[in-house]
Design a protein around this ligand. Structure first.
Ligand code: BGC
Length: 462
């Protein structure tokens, strides 16, 4: 089983693997009530346990009548930064994406969930804690097996982040004296690294910045952090548009001949959803009829002129394209830092220097995009590829899935990052791992359970 908390919805699912990259999934989604996102941890986690109970009663009622030896093993996709100490233990570092539940920070989120599950006497055990990007990486590797699994799992949805596979010889884990934290299974020679790239460049050294970005950040629940995410992901694009349009309305006479509702979403913080941008970008009609309709229904402004509709389209395009181009940066950085396009890139530097190198790569990628280095020619010869296998990037999230042209703009930018463009951007295969975080988390729960049994845990303890 898997549950997924990380954005707008809470999802519960159970997955049956059918082999040969196929699976069957049963799932239920519930929108997370806004007051639970800023209340207490008790309220949020008991809400989640209740949804799990409903799901198990509907889809797995047999488990209620069986003994505790048959507890369902659950992968918990929790898409916020955690300090993960074990496969099913992780302490919340901070909330993102509009969540702000102070008493949960510093707590083990698996324990919080397990306590509420036990209180409702549901036969479920939290077996693994998984970031959605890691789940996406796993799901993509299961769904599209090649010689290698996927390199990157990335989310461009309510929030943004990416995880990738790194060689163990590039990583060092600290072991605290007196406990086993930091000890890990080295048999595969690899480890998945969750980069938390949403917080990239919080010092604002290279990120583009406008007065609307600054205002959005000032009025957010977490000013000064997740600065990359605030320019890229779905939670924020609608608000950037809203602030921009509001300024044009207040200071440049936009909508002066239109009918603006008093309680229009345009006046309400977070009132404009990112789907508004997707709908406006997608309008290819001459008279921009869809833009006008969206303005009426989603912004609360009717009878806008054709020029105003055009202006909306230009703004949306700038915001959406900036998001897509920025999204290319961490992908390029990881591809370059892992040396997947060029074996010569592979280094044996110690971890702290490697981490530096990933950030340096990202910074260089930014600079080449922002300062406008000449795009690499499309016909550039492929570099010293390690083999012919594509470099697989599994992605998920409403922005990459629904924003028209998002992937093309991202790819265009990837080509403009000189090193990637020259070495073979065409080898980069980007594919949607739809609802991958649920499937991936269930896969990880399965592996974690098998590993626990192999390590000598008894079935009854699981
Ligand atoms: C969180 C990440 C998560 C991403 C996508 C970010 O706000 O910090 O952990 O992977 O959103 O959901």
């Amino acid at each position: 089983m898997a549950v997924d908390l990380g954005g707008t919805n809470f999802r519960v699912c159970s997955v049956t693997l059918l082999g040969n990259s196929n699976f069957k999934i049963a799932q239920e989604k519930t929108q997370i009530p806004r007051d639970l996102m800023v209340g207490t941890s008790k309220k949020l986690f008991s809400f989640m346990a209740q949804q799990i109970k409903n799901f198990v009663e509907t889809h797995h009622s047999d488990h209620f009548t069986e003994s505790s030896e048959h507890r369902l093993q659950l992968g918990f996709t929790f898409s916020f930064p955690v300090d993960q100490k074990a496969v099913n233990k992780g302490y919340l570092i901070r909330w993102t994406k509009g969540f702000d539940i102070k008493d949960a920070v510093g707590q083990d989120v698996c324990e919080l969930l397990q306590n509420e599950i036990d209180a409702l006497e549901i036969p479920v055990r939290v077996a693994a804690l998984v970031n959605d990007t890691v789940g996406t990486l796993m799901a993509r590797s299961y769904e599209s097996p090649g010689k290698h699994g996927a390199l990157i799992g990335a989310i461009f949805g309510t929030g943004t982040n990416g995880a990738y596979v790194e060689n163990l010889d590039k990583l060092t884990k600290m072991t605290a004296p007196g406990n086993t934290f930091g000890e890990y299974d080295k048999s595969t020679g690899e480890m998945v690294v969750n980069t938390e790239w949403g917080n990239f460049d919080k010092g604002m050294n290279v990120l583009p910045d406008t007065e609307f970005d600054r205002q959005l950040d000032r009025d957010s629940v977490n000013p000064g952090i997740q600065m990359f995410e605030k320019r890229v992901s779905g939670m924020f694009l609608g608000e950037i548009l809203r602030l921009t349009v509001l300024k044009l309305k207040n200071e440049a006479g936009m909508f002066s001949t239109s009918n603006v509702k008093e309680n229009a979403p345009l006046f309400e913080q977070w009132g404009v959803d990112t789907s508004v941008l997707s709908d406006i970008e997608g309008d290819k009609s001459e008279d921009l009829s869809q833009v006008r309709q969206v303005a009426e229904e989603k912004l609360g402004v009717s009878e806008i002129t054709l020029d105003e509709a055009r202006a909306l389209k230009i703004l949306v395009h700038a915001i959406g394209k900036r998001s897509a181009r920025l999204s290319a940066v961490p992908i390029a950085a990881i591809i370059l830092a892992t040396g997947k396009l060029s074996p010569a890139e592979t280094t044996t530097k110690p971890t702290h220097q490697r981490r530096q190198s990933l950030i340096e790569k990202a910074t260089t990628a930014f600079q080449s995009l922002i300062l406008g280095n000449p795009p690499a020619a499309d016909t550039a010869p492929a570099g010293p590829a390690t083999d012919d296998e594509p470099i697989d990037v599994g992605v998920d999230g409403s922005v990459v899935e629904f924003y028209p042209g998002f992937e093309e703009y991202l790819r265009e930018a990837l080509r403009e990052v000189n090193e990637v463009g020259n070495l073979g951007e065409k080898r980069v295969r980007i594919g949607i791992a739809k609802d991958g975080s649920g499937v991936g988390a269930a896969l990880i729960a399965l592996v974690a359970t098998k590993a626990a049994l192999m390590a000598g845990m008894k079935k009854g303890d699981l």
